[in-house]
Ligand binder design. Sequence first.
Ligand SMILES: NC(=O)NCCC(=O)O
Ligand SMILES: [Zn+2]
Ligand SMILES: [Zn+2]
Length: 466
Amino acid sequence: MSRTVIHGGLVVTASDEIHADVLVEGGRIAALAAHGTEAAAGWTADRTIDATGKYVIPGGVDAHTHMEMPFGGTYAADTFETGTRAAAWGGTTTIVDFAIQSVGRSLREGLDAWYAKADGNCAIDYAFHMILADVNESSLKEMDLLVAEGVTSFKLFMAYPGVFYSDDGQILRAMQRAESNGGLIMMHAENGIAIDVLVEQALAAGRTDPRYHGDVRKVALEAEATHRAIQLARVAGSPLYVVHVSADEALAEIAAARHRGLPVFGETCPQYLFLSTDNLAEPDFEGAKYVCSTPLRPKEHQDALWRGLRNNELQVVSTDHCPFCFSGQKEMGRGDFSKIPNGMPGVENRMDLLHQAVVDGHISRRRWIEIACASPARMFGLYPKKGTIAPGADADIVIYDPAARQTISAETHHMNVDYSAYEGRQLTGQVETVLSRGEVVIDRRTYTGRAGHGMYTPRATCQYLN
Ligand SMILES: NC(=O)NCCC(=O)O
Ligand SMILES: [Zn+2]
Ligand SMILES: [Zn+2]
């Protein structure tokens, strides 16, 4: 069994910061020992990685990605191969992607299609949530089988009528099923029926630019849907995880529910923390690059989201990585913002942007690791295999240089998309080396991984509930 020692670094987890050496045996972490101790001095290794002056952190867990997702009349531009390689470059070593049920088809068929897309192509480990697009008696029964198989979370949509939308009755039934089988309902909380009315009215009035995407998807309609989802979950007695929270009023609904002791959780994404409606309003159709749902909000919302992350009203930062090229894909919506495919790239940038948030004083170092690694792993039943550095955990480890300087650019990123939402942004901190189950996949900023190294990882149920 090969042995690697990572020495001299500061090991940062969600709970601790310790100057320790880390022994990796095979694909697992075997031991930690304080620098210079007899224990560490006695370790022999095939490979030694010098982490002096660096952080040694768990690999990131991105619990919300859409590789090669069919959406908006096209496909998300990153395949499992390109997207997971880009994730590795950015210090993420596990993704949880969304398998999709087609209307009229079974969950089984959708899930098998996603297993096939990912199999043999991933650079890092991966798991699946299931999108329920057709809640009926048979798909409800199938939910139990999926939970038993390790697909323990289900996304429902209150948005996108005619595509993924579920009505309140379907939502309630799915929540009741989750209450009995231990699954976690993830909710896209926007009132899609009302939004569609506003879209039609905006287009009829000649308001066709990308910025109107943000205009029609009103804060009140995110907050209303969030409130409704919480009440339905309360009636069903099920836990609820609200995805891509962007608005202060929606966050307030989650905070109020948690204050009442309800098992309600929230996720936000870097785009809501670092970008705003100013980006959506960029001229010459450039705003299309920032079209996603829920939409970007006015800057004022960012303060509330940071506060929510600090005080645990929000538990997770995922990317909702769903990239569409500007050329040929986003351009499908010139003259009609409703035809711009919804989604943004970001799987490569999340760990760095959140480290910048540490530098800027929004969150602590340990909270960085908690919201980006430990908490998503716990939320989706992957902890402590993923999300921490501890004996027995998978050796998914990032050597992070907190002093390196970088400028984000599409010229240098590894995502298969022709623009960066963060073009020109200067950051302090950069991923240096990445291990995935003990194998070095990024070696001092050279890719050494391979498609097919990444393994499918079945999941337990949400670990915040037991
Ligand atoms: N978020 C987004 O705009 N696209 C991906 C699908 C979703 O998460 O709703
Ligand atoms: Zn969504
Ligand atoms: Zn999404």
